[in-house]
Every structure is written in C-alpha cells, then in structure tokens.
Design a binder for this molecule. Structure first.
Ligand code: AMP
Ligand code: MG
Length: 346
C-alpha cells in the first residue's frame, strides 16, 4: 500500500490525512514523547486487528489507549478510583499509563482479550492534535513485534513503510523509552513497567506501590499480571550479553574478558558502552550510548543503539549496565529483556 509521510512540524492542518485515516479505520504511526506509536481507532476492532497483523504482534498482547482529555477517561475505563483523578490531573499529559477496568465499549481486540485497559494521555502536541481530531487511539509501539521500539523516524520507515496509511515524522522522540505502567485494579498499585516517570516520583504519590521482580527485568513477567511482557522484546537479531556491576572499572574488565573469549572464537563483536568507557575497548565496533552522568541521554540513545547492533553486521554484542536510579530502572529493564536475560554479573 502507499504510505503518506507527513512532517509534523508543518502544523495542525497538515494532520488531516492522518485524522481521516484514523476515522476511516486506517493505521497511523505518530510521535509521542516516549517512542513512536502505531495507532488506530481504539473502538474499531477491525482497525485494531490490522495493527496486530502489520506488527506481527500476538493478539493477547494488549495495546495502550491514548486519550487527549481527562473527560475521555470515562469513555474507555470504569471504576476509576476517585483519588486517582487527583494524581492524573497532575501527571497527565505524560509518560504515565494506568491499568483500569475497561468500559464495555472498548473491544477485546484492543485489550488483548482482557477486561482491563491501559490508558495514557501523551505529552506530545502532534499526538494530542491527532486524538482531538479523531478518536481515542489504541497504539502499541510502531515497530515490528520483538524489535527495539522506534525512537527515530528512520526506525519507523524501516519497519512500517508501505504497510500503514500514514507516518507522521516528529523527529527523534524525547524520552526514548516507553511509558511507566501502573496497575490500579488491585488493592495496592503495582508497577508493571518502569519508564520515564520514575519509581522515586511514583513513591511520592503511592508510598505502598509494589515493585515485582519482573518490573526490574530480572525475570520473566507474570503473564497473568503483565500480558505481552513474556514475549521477546527490544532485541537485536544477534545475541546480546549484558554486563552488570556496581563498580565501573570492574565492569569494563569483565566485559573485556568476555570480548576476548568471543574474539578468540573468530566472532565480530559490538560493544554498547558509555562515553566514559568506550575508549577502554579495542578490536570491536563501538556503540557510544552517552554519558553515565546523563541517564536521560542514555535512555534516548538506547533503542537506536540496539538497532545499530544489526546494522553493523557483527556476530554478537556486549552491553554495559547502568545504575538503577531514576530512568536507569527503565534502561536496565529494557537491556535485560533485550539480552534475553543473558547477563554476566560481578
Ligand atoms: P507497547 O506499547 O508495545 O509497549 O505495549 C503496551 C504494553 O502495555 C503491553 O505489552 C502490556 O504489557 C501493557 N498493557 C497494556 N494493556 C494492559 C492490561 N490491560 N493489563 C496489563 N498490561 C497491559
Ligand atoms: Mg512495544
């Protein structure tokens, strides 16, 4: 099919083909402040099914419903805890996704067959204009299933050109990792996926928030609680080994030893390393992910770095770990999953 590309910077009127595509049941890839989303009318089950076909996404992996005003929340969710509204007024629009009981009007295609729904109000003017002009939009990330989420327009074009109606080019996304997801359907809020809205900030609103081990990415997700997270995620096609140590010097030594072992077998290796440590490696392809002193910068580079592994045509990659502080928790969750839990610790 023909895919129209729109430059988001050009203004509201230029979004019309995208708005019309959503209203007609088509698919639109659009920028958000986290990653690019692949959206369809959240109430149109046929349109949502097409998202899954295009991405190759398993139908039991639910999508997030994106809204543009707090009023729309009651169109998609029921039994919203009253105190949650006070929080949502403060944190929305933003990278904060809530799991609630779904309204009967939301089709099961959107929620992966579940009676609960994920809802978020994105903080990107283009995403908000697109929703305001059309409908609440169901959107998973705009990548082929299993691949790193798209944070740059060329990632979206690479994965989806010719497969969707419209791609909106909004440049590089701001945070570069997907939203924080919190489940509010139980007695205590549960962190299902760490994201740019950090655990430290969350604890100010919800001191009793539960943080399961799978939210840190140290083991596979509980399928009943966090559907879809059981699938291989974020991963380059080549194997990634993650090296985790509190002490950076020791980590570099351990990574170097691992690299020597791989190279002695004749393998070509890429290393995802920080600007402080990349200079310590030789005989490898270097993928500089940014400074250890700027974890927000590292998050922005993360998925592009994982895609670079495949572009470089190496046999395998070694990735350095980062502290689980602030957005570092989201970075480590993604890196651990990308490695398929293939982790070497000090
Ligand atoms: P993506 O936008 O591709 O990162 O995928 C959205 C993720 O949100 C899914 O993989 C699920 O893990 C999570 N999610 C969406 N809806 C629900 C739900 N009803 N219950 C629990 N998790 C959900
Ligand atoms: Mg995704």
């Amino acid at each position: 099919m023909e895919t129209i590309i729109i430059r988001a910077a050009s203004g509201k009127r230029e979004l019309e083909p995208a708005i019309n595509a959503i209203l007609r049941g088509g698919l639109v890839a659009f920028p958000t402040e986290t990653v690019y989303g692949l959206g369809a009318d959240a109430f149109n089950s046929t349109a949502v099914r097409r998202i899954y076909e295009v991405k190759g996404r398993p139908s039991d992996n639910p999508s997030i419903v994106h809204i543009a005003s707090l009023d729309q929340l009651s169109d998609v969710a029921i039994d919203v805890p009253p105190h949650l509204y006070d929080v949502l007024r403060k944190v929305w629009p933003g990278p904060f996704t809530v799991i609630l009981r779904k309204s009967p009007t939301v089709p099961l295609e959107t929620t992966g067959g579940r009676e609960t729904v994920a809802v978020r109000m994105p903080a990107h003017p283009v995403a908000l204009d697109l929703i305001r002009g059309s409908r609440p939009i169901a959107a998973p990330s705009a990548n082929l299933s299993g691949r790193p989420s798209p944070t740059r327009i060329d990632h979206v074009i690479h994965d989806l050109m010719g497969k969707v109606d419209v791609i909106i080019d909004g440049g590089d996304t701001y945070f570069g990792v997907e939203s924080t997801i919190i489940d509010f359907t139980g007695r205590r809020p549960i962190l299902l996926r760490p994201g740019p809205f950090t655990l430290e900030e969350l604890r100010k609103f919800f001191p009793d928030i539960e943080v399961p081990e799978f939210a840190r990415g140290i083991r596979e997700a509980d399928a009943a609680l966090a559907p879809g997270m059981k699938y291989r995620h974020y991963a380059p096609l080549k194997p990634v080994t993650l090296v985790e140590c509190n002490d950076v010097d020791y980590m570099v030594k351990l990574a170097s030893k691992l690299i020597d072992e791989f190279r002695s077998k004749g393998m070509r290796i890429a290393v995802i390393c920080s600007s402080e440590t990349c200079g310590s490696y030789s005989g490898v392809e270097l993928i500089n992910i940014g400074s250890r002193n700027d974890l927000y910068g590292v998050a922005r580079q993360l998925f592009d770095s994982l895609r670079r592994v495949d572009e470089l045509g190496v046999d395998a990659a070694v990735a350095e770990g980062f502290p689980e502080i602030g957005i570092g928790l989201a970075i480590m969750n993604r890196l651990r999953k990308a490695s398929g839990f293939n982790i070497v610790r000090c």
